[in-house]
Design a protein around this ligand. Structure first.
Ligand code: TRP
Length: 362
């Protein structure tokens, strides 16, 4: 059985370090390991409209930002098919059929959607398109026969929904879809990177993000202002490592070689943590170290970004070609869908003769 990877993001803003460790890093790794037959990365503009229907301009602008973020972290247009969701019309058509296989109460139970409804103040006026986006997300995955979906931890309920819909479609009509699986980071710290303010999540609306596109100066300023341990006032005070954003980021980004390179008096992160816990290690020192570790990662990211920024028409060509390719696959798969459901009236050669026999026998 072929391995087909598919994933994507809503183009509602620039991607940040939380996106990187939570999902992008896994995608790049999978791409480079090459253990797949096809890899798609989709820009989910139609899904982004489900809660930004009044601001299409924002989506339009961020398609380019997200594409630049993808390429800058090392996703390779020679290995990955990038496409734009709204271009593939078959996705909408499949969604319309899948909607018959799910109840309203099932959609209302989705924990990710539930918490989004709260945070977006949709409690009193919920747009229907928003409530059903997990069904549309199922189409995104299964229209391409994808079985592997590298995503952030918060997307697990979407995959659960997708598997249920696959089972329902296959048993109601015909076995043509397979059940997809999410791939989330092994390193627990990476699943949800806190904000620089110590808030549990990096999020644009909380203004606590370090973006992949931030300049050297911006990153430094953010790191130096980062939340640590409020009880660690004097350098000699013992400090807390748990819940301390600097250490959480180090857990996510730093490797032993960073110590050799930038902080040779410690062998590894455990030694640094021990010193901090004992007291005698200042916040400025650990922040400066984190800044260097992050810059090690970000310098090549900025270089790749600058390269692609010089040729936006090339960027659009990549998306356009990928969208055409995805659309061709979608068209083929939708024929299977209609055949499975028996609604392929004009492509079914047997239908007319069967009907003729039936009416002749009257
Ligand atoms: N819901 C995802 C997000 O908010 C984006 C997305 C849309 C997606 N369709 C997908 C992710 C299909 C994986 C597979 O980031």
């Amino acid at each position: 059985m072929k391995n087909i990877i598919l994933t994507g993001d809503r183009p509602t803003g620039k991607l940040h370090l939380g996106h990187y460790v939570g999902s992008l890093k896994n995608r790049v790794k999978m791409q480079n390991e090459g253990n797949y037959d096809k890899m798609y990365v989709m820009i989910a503009d139609a899904q982004a409209l489900t809660d930004n229907f009044d601001n299409p301009k924002k989506i339009r602008e961020n398609i380019t930002e997200v594409m630049l973020d993808y390429l800058s972290v090392g996703l390779d247009p020679n290995k990955v098919t990038f496409f734009v969701q709204s271009y593939v019309k078959e996705l909408t058509e499949l969604t319309f059929y899948l909607l018959n296989l799910v109840t309203l109460s099932r959609l209302e139970r989705n924990p990710t959607v539930k918490s989004e409804i709260k945070s977006k103040n949709f409690e009193t006026s919920l747009p229907t398109g928003f409530l059903i986006y997990p069904v549309s997300q199922t189409s995104d995955i299964i229209l391409f026969d994808s079985n592997i979906v590298p995503v952030g931890e918060d997307q697990e309920p979407m995959l659960e929904q997708a598997r249920e819909l696959v089972r329902s479609f296959n048993s109601t009509y015909k076995e043509i879809f397979r059940e997809p699986k999410a791939v989330i980071p092994e390193n627990k710290v990476c699943r949800r990177l806190p904000g620089i303010d110590g808030n549990a999540k990096m999020s644009k609306s909380l203004d606590n993000c370090i973006y992949l596109s931030d300049s050297k100066e911006e990153v430094k300023k953010k790191v130096m202002s980062m939340f640590t341990d409020p009880g660690h006032i004097k350098i000699t005070d013992p400090g807390k490592v748990e819940g301390n954003s600097v250490f959480t980021y180090l857990d996510a980004f730093c490797e032993d070689y960073h110590f050799e390179k930038y902080l040779p008096e410690y062998k590894n992160l455990d030694e640094l943590k021990d010193h901090y816990r004992r007291g005698g290690l200042g916040d400025v020192k650990i922040k400066k170290f984190l800044n260097k570790v992050l810059e090690d990662f970000l310098v090549p990211v900025r270089e790749k970004r600058a390269y692609y920024e010089k040729d936006i028409s090339k960027l659009f060509k990549i998306m356009e070609n990928g969208s055409k390719e995805a659309s061709a696959y979608g068209k083929m798969k939708l024929e299977q869908v209609k055949d499975a459901m028996g609604i392929n009236y004009f492509d079914d050669n047997n239908l007319i003769s069967e009907l003729q026999i039936k009416y002749d026998q009257k």
